[in-house]
Design a protein around this ligand. Sequence first.
Ligand SMILES: C[S@@+](CC[C@H](N)C(=O)[O-])C[C@H]1O[C@@H](n2cnc3c(N)ncnc32)[C@H](O)[C@@H]1O
Length: 384
Amino acid sequence: MTPAARLQAAIDILEHILNGAAAEQALTTWARGNRFAGSGDRAAIRDHVFDCLRCKRSFAHVGGAETGRGLVLGLLRARGMDPETVFTGQGYAPSPLLPDESLPAVSPMPDNVALDCPDWIAPDLQVSLDDQFRPVLQALQHRAPVFLRVNLARGTRATAAARLAQEGIGTRPHPLAETALEVTENARRVRQSSAFMDGLVELQDAASQAVIQALPIPDGADVLDYCAGGGGKALALAARGAQVTAHDADPARMKDIPARAGRAGVTIDMTHAPQGRFDLVVLDVPCSGSGSWRRAPAGKWTMNRAMLNSLLQVQADILDKAPDHLRPGGVLGYMTCSLLMSENTQQITRFLDREPAFRLVSQQQFTPLDGGDGFFLAVLQHCG
Ligand SMILES: C[S@@+](CC[C@H](N)C(=O)[O-])C[C@H]1O[C@@H](n2cnc3c(N)ncnc32)[C@H](O)[C@@H]1O
């Protein structure tokens, strides 16, 4: 496909997303209906679509409309490209610009538009991030780096980097976690690499790795991963030597755990109803995802106040159930990929008010300015 044809494909996919389709589903549907597109085409189209979603408000402003065409027009203008060279109508290129599309926006761009921040959540983010509000929102307008977690049960960070280098995949150690490698070259080859297929590395954000590294895990500790989902945290916990039991309110979300654990050479039990008491209960609760808007930008635009309020209730309910699964003196690790105080420190303050038998050991907020996703961790100990 030509570069212009890829942009037309992005326009079509963005239209579906703007009409309510989930981003991944819209990309998959397009790929199934256009089997001539090679993997390079699909990857480039995906990048265009996600670039436009990350910067939806500002691109729509610059492109003159919140439509697939408007967003791609905004993308080109934001990159300093002349849209006339793409919107030619030749071959599979987008049709030529209409007169009202040819004129760049002249109205001033309000602050939240320039930062691609939804208005309803901006005050919450301002209070939560304080003087980091602007740089964090600006960081969220860009692609996230690709990070790998080295499975220390299989090898060291240096051996993993050397193995990946043999397959043309460049990496460098990342300071957020001692297991973290940032991919600097040929990220798209990772899933086909022998280092990945042999379980020496897993794809995992660096801040996700950092929060697992920060948890106190005595040798052979019994750990319940209460919101295990696809098992990213469960695998990292098992690699640290924990005996991990995975649970999720939606067990179907755990379907990939056995294969991932097999590849990593670890065992993870799965349960619908956790029995007994654990040394550590990890609560990687459902959240706004505001810390991972670089990776999942559609969430930035679909979240609303009512959804956030209902998530706050789910988080409080999960926190309240967790002590039932903890042995006396055990530890709770509460975590979110959120930047909002309401989901983070405020949840912990309220939990401690309700549960005086717990004390706060530590809490830590990561933002994309640290390199990885925005993440929050609170470590709480039961006072026995
Ligand atoms: C942030 S995701 C977990 C991601 C996962 N830990 C990982 O590292 O890949 C949150 C998970 O919580 C689950 N969940 C939602 N409500 C829950 C509840 N009340 N109890 C337990 N799990 C719940 C969701 O199904 C979802 O899989």
